[in-house]
Design a binder for this molecule. Structure first.
Ligand code: NDP
Length: 442
């Protein structure tokens, strides 16, 4: 056991929403310059706690310390990026008759943030930074399995001078605390990341009061490898594109679509990479992949191997205590197999072969999801053609990058709606108001 913390209930949610509502008028009225300064101070304060937060996150979620450090590095960058926003929430002036019309951005109000266990603090600060920059106050409900970094964040925010009531954290179960946030009349918007199933429940619950909702949900992203690609580079990058964070990543490229003519060569190169992956103690500096989050998650992931599937090869994983699962490559896989259709959220990748560009696009799009993906080719025109044709929110060419502070991130289809990060995230935390000023008699 890492730590014991009291489990919040509905009463604590109501108290937190009341505190956030109480803090809203003065936070939203703060001058843009002062709000920007408050976020810069918070970024500076966080910078002094990065190693502490990284170690806490590695223990919180069982993730490799090198990954946790990378994630914490981005927290400061994110708050600094959005510290520029309060003074740049621009509107339009619109020509109309009889006066002048212009638009301003207003905060939405009290925002409920519901976050998952796979990137506990990262996904929280993707929401916190733009929400606060736009003048909202927040109630954050982290996943019950991983509340520690969110709670520590709230302490650091208070130390940095963020006024009382602006950031509230309620650590309790989704089915009580999460649901109460969704139903609470004092909450104007829910920003959610998690499973498509819970996303659907939240959208349904929010519909009752026409609450604003943004959803970042599951994925089944394709890593498309064409015969003309730099196969070595593609094979080096492919393992961590799906086994990073032990595969518990909504952007995991869990389907490798490889052109038939280079399939065998690619698998050969991939095997060497997968077998050399270092799976072990998350706090060991050399670890690339830690255990799964829970016994339940390991059961869910294992169930995919109980289907009629063929294991091409596996990496290694420690024996003994811990929810270990060796990185696993399945091939050949048919597009109709369950492992090719459902989000595994664990270290299993399905290798499927295709013939020609049209079939690659068709296969990539044959999923209910559309979150991320990669294309490997040396033909620039093909790369751009395929990138435009694949129905997904983020795509990288000859890379597995999905996330940058300054670029929008979010899903097509059942991967959700709304965008996080970049300038687009501010749309999700503001309402547009039109003001008309009469200059002539009406
Ligand atoms: P969930 O979608 O169940 O949980 C995400 C968050 O929603 C948690 O904070 C959870 O709280 C909360 N929640 C659960 N039920 C409700 C509800 N009825 N109303 C409001 N909030 C609720 O994901 P899990 O963590 O259980 O993971 C299950 C699967 O979801 C994974 O195996 C994976 O496939 C997918 N997933 C996808 C993620 C993504 O980034 N796209 C992230 C995480 C999971 P609590 O945990 O405290 O119950």
């Amino acid at each position: 056991m890492l730590e014991e913390i009291p489990r919040a209930g509905v009463e604590q949610v109501d108290e937190a929403v009341a505190r956030a509502g109480g803090a809203l008028p003065s936070w939203r009225r703060l001058s843009p310059g002062d709000r920007a300064r408050a976020l810069r101070d918070l970024a500076e304060n966080l910078e002094g706690h990065l190693e502490e937060l990284a170690v806490l996150e590695a223990r919180n979620a069982g993730k490799a310390i090198s990954d946790a450090r990378g994630e914490m590095g981005m927290v400061v960058e994110t708050f600094r990026y959005y510290a520029g926003a309060p003074e740049r929430l621009l509107g339009d002036t619109i020509p109309v008759s009889g006066g002048q019309a212009f638009t301003v951005r207003e905060p939405v109000g009290v925002v409920g943030l519901i976050t998952p266990w796979n990137f506990p603090l990262t996904i929280a600060y993707w929401k916190l930074a733009p929400a606060l920059a736009a003048g909202n106050t927040v109630v954050l409900k982290p996943a019950e399995l991983t509340p520690l970094t969110a709670l520590r964040f709230a302490q650091i925010a208070a130390e940095a001078g963020i006024p009382d009531g602006v950031v509230n954290v309620v650590a309790g179960p989704g089915r009580t605390c999460g649901q109460r946030l969704v139903e609470h009349p004092g909450v104007a918007k829910i920003a959610f990341t998690g499973s498509t199933e819970v996303g659907r429940t939240i959208a349904r619950g929010a519909a009752e009061s026409i609450k604003r909702v943004t959803l970042e949900l599951g994925g089944k992203s394709a890593n498309i490898v064409f015969a003309d690609a730099d196969l070595e580079a593609a094979a080096v990058a492919a393992p961590m594109a799906v086994f990073g964070n032990a595969g518990q990543d909504c952007c995991a490229r869990s389907r490798i679509l490889v052109e038939e003519s280079v399939r065998d060569r690619f698998l050969e190169l991939l095997e060497a990479q997968v077998k050399s992956l270092r799976v072990g103690d998350p706090l060991d500096e050399s670890t690339q992949m830690g255990p799964l989050i829970s016994a339940g998650q390991r059961e869910t992931v294992s169930s995919f191997l109980e289907d009629d599937v063929e294991i091409a090869f596996r990496g290694s994983a420690p024996e003994g205590p811990g929810f270990w699962f060796a990185p696993t490559v399945l091939a050949p896989v048919a597009l109709t197999d369950r492992v090719a259709r459902e989000e595994v959220f664990g270290p299993i990748v399905a290798v499927i072969s295709f013939t020609g560009e049209a079939q690659a696009i068709e296969m990539a799009n044959d999923t209910i999801y559309g979150l991320s993906g990669s294309i490997w080719t040396t033909d620039g025109a093909r790369a751009l053609r395929v990138a435009r044709a694949v129905e997904t929110g983020v795509l990288s060419i000859n890379s597995n990058s999905s996330v940058r502070v300054s670029t929008p991130f979010g899903g097509f289809k059942q991967s959700g709606y709304g965008r996080e990060l970049g300038p687009h995230a501010l749309d999700a935390y503001t309402e547009v108001k039109t003001i008309f000023y009469a200059t002539e008699e009406q």
